[in-house]
Write a protein that binds this ligand. Sequence first.
Ligand SMILES: [Zn+2]
Length: 371
Amino acid sequence: MPYTDPLFGIVIFIAIIAAVAFIDFSRNRYRNKKKEESFKNLTKSYDVMGHADGVKEFLKLSENPLPTLEFIAHSYIQSGNAQEAIKIYLGILDSLQNPKDKIEILQSLGIAYYMAGFLQRAKDIFLEILKNYPRNPQVLMHLLKTYEHLSEYKNAIDALECIEEIYDVQKASDFSRSSFTFAPLSVSEQKRFENMLLLNKFYLSTLLLINDHTLPFSSKIQSLNDIKAKQPKLAKIILTYFKSVSHTLFWEQANALSQDQVNNMIDILWDFERKDVPLERITNPQILDVYRAKGWIYDEKACEMFELDNMRILQRYCKFQTTLNFEYRCHSCNNIFPFENPRCPHCGELLCNDLICKIQKVDYETSYSLL
Ligand SMILES: [Zn+2]
């Protein structure tokens, strides 16, 4: 076929289209195969070390990988496996270039470090974010909790004051400033948020006072009593401190406790030894019920609380020895914990534990030496 023949041009044109289509098809097939391999490798890497490589490969080959990886990391945090979440976040961070994108992942990484107990690393990350984006109340709140766990109460109060300041400015401008700050809050939400800030302030001030060893003892006690009068939810923490320094001081304050406060402090009252309880000086009827249930007061009066009255009857008529055990249920998320935490380890709510009293038979187990 001569070159001048129009048919030659058409054949060449069709051949070029076919070649391009074939190359494109092969390339897509290769990319899909790589993607599948990368996902398989990522899944495999959950069981062993080497997360970072799998994450990097997945990030390179997937079109929108962040939501998937964040979902996996979040699932790890929910199941208590913060270490795996940390590996994923570190892998994502390495591949991100835009500083704004990094903030969100850094915040999640800081939370994962906090959950895993690496408090110093969590603190460094939150401070790094705030250095670049200071008006960020969510990060400030995480920083506050980290300071609290590090026993740096003064710094925690400073963080709280920054949140208050941002909130006040936002409230004055009717929540119209949006970037990294508060979403508009309804009146009831505002009230709840303000109460939360106030409770945190009293709580942190209480911890600061209790741990301040330079303050004269009398003024420390006076300040703690002032806080207790303003915020009854702190009575348990303050009276636990009083119990640790002086039983006389504890019993001076205990008579004035309300019924709800006593019901929330049965664990502390139950743990006293007989010689440390001046029964003749106790006038609070709810506290007397606790010792009636313990068998230290022997009269015909019934206890007001179901568990205590059961204990009272068991102490008298049951051949088995029984005692009370305690658990703590968060009023906000309903999780139950064997130990009391002022701040719920699951939802972070402050001072919202309900005390659960459980009657148990005392078992005397024979212990054998392991040597
Ligand atoms: Zn909770």
